[in-house]
Design a protein around this ligand. Structure first.
Ligand code: J5X
Ligand code: AKG
Ligand code: FE2
Length: 355
């Protein structure tokens, strides 16, 4: 574990506290009928899979990766990657530890609840207050070491959980840096010259701020009317998602009304372009609108790694992408500024910083 990771505290992300009923999840065990509080009137709007090309699956070992990544980021804002180098045994371990956490009784999980102004620990998704109905999910957010909350959950037995979560974050960070470098170079940019804040693997000075989010979608008595995670874009530069082998994730394309399922591919990771990458690329890359649905057979879990810039770095549209025909679309923001904008304006956050 890189020792400097501990210096990234949840201070970086503190925003306005949310309402208690939008923080603490329901005890999902033995709920025979979907409560009205969790019943969404949602047209499921499936997309016709035959009229749409599916979300790209990109083999990172192939030679034409850069072109494929650019196309995926411009058209979808998301894609799956294989041959990414994360060992399958680590993915299995992360899923095992995630299930172990969410299988604890509700009263134990409440010992690790996220404080109203905090950023780490157990709770509902932070976007919950923007919706009148509650989501059929629970989450656990980690920044660096999870020991503070894990020791409340398992006073004697949290070492393995912490070790796996920390190792996973290290691997995800390296892969995120690789993916950011591919995305930037696919636009003809070199990060050394063009993106001041992006300093991969800078020795002894691990600057970027990242969040590991464990998501749990318990078996649901009425999945047709429930929402696992409501439609949103990620605020990060990019997000790496491992969804195991249970479907539920769906993405939407700008111009399409329907939702496209992202079917699990064994050992693959989903890459989402986040809002900050949308800003950096001056709107060339789309931050993908996505959501997660639930089912009545399997308890689904996923792990999302949100990769962000150093806390004080100003993120702005890259100069090389700006000319008379392409004026800058957004003003410079730090990640902290942007998360504040998101917690105030949610889906209008990008608009709120538009020039
Ligand atoms: C670094 C991030 C990214 C956050 C906020 C903060 C920590 C928790 C992340 C999530 C995780 C669950 C979905 C989401 C939409 C949510 O509600 O909390 C994410 C949000 C964002 O992408 O905006
Ligand atoms: O569980 C999923 O498939 C999606 C998770 C997600 O979008 C998130 O954590 O931001
Ligand atoms: Fe997301």
């Amino acid at each position: 574990m890189n020792p400097t990771m501990n210096s990234i505290s949840s201070e970086t992300f503190k925003t306005t506290p949310s309402h208690p009923e939008h923080t603490i999840p329901l005890d999902f065990t033995n709920v025979p009928k979907l409560p009205d509080s969790h019943a969404w009137t949602l047209p499921h709007q499936p997309i016709d899979p035959f009229t749409q090309e599916p979300l790209p699956i990109i083999d990172l070992a192939k030679p034409d990766v850069s072109k494929l990544v650019r196309h995926a980021c411009e058209e979808w804002g998301a894609f799956q990657i294989t041959n990414h180098g994360i060992p399958i045994c680590l993915l299995n371990e992360i899923e095992y530890q995630t299930r172990r956490l969410f299988s604890l009784p509700a009263e134990s999980k409440l010992l690790a609840v996220r404080s109203p102004e905090g950023f780490t620990g157990y709770g509902l998704a932070r976007i919950s207050p923007f919706f009148s109905k509650l989501m059929w999910s629970e989450g656990f957010s980690i920044i660096g070491s999870p020991v503070e909350h894990a020791s409340q959950l398992w006073p004697e037995d949290h070492a393995k959980f912490c070790e796996v979560m920390e190792q996973f974050q290290e691997e995800m960070k390296a892969l995120s840096e690789k993916m950011v470098a591919i995305m930037l170079s696919s636009l003809g940019l070199t990060h050394e010259e063009d993106v001041k804040w992006f300093e991969p693997m800078k020795e002894g000075c691990d600057q970027s701020t990242c969040v590991l989010q464990l998501n749990s979608y318990p078996v649901c008595p009425d999945p047709g009317r429930a929402m696992g995670l409501a439609p949103h874009t990620d605020s990060s530069v990019l997000t790496l998602l491992y969804q195991g082998n249970i479907s539920g994730l769906q993405v939407q394309r700008d111009d399409a009304a329907g939702w496209m399922p992202v079917e699990p591919v064994e050992g693959a990771l989903v890459v989402n372009v986040g809002d900050l990458m949308h800003i950096v690329s001056n709107g060339r890359f789309k931050s993908v609108l996505h959501r997660a649905l639930v089912n009545n057979e399997h308890h689904r879990v996923s792990t999302a790694y949100f990769y962000g810039p150093p806390r004080d770095a100003k993120v702005s549209p890259l100069r090389k992408l700006i000319d008379r025909d392409h004026p800058p679309l957004y003003r410079p923001v730090t990640w902290k500024d942007y998360l504040e904008a998101k917690s105030k304006h949610f889906s209008k956050a990008l608009e709120s910083i538009r020039l």
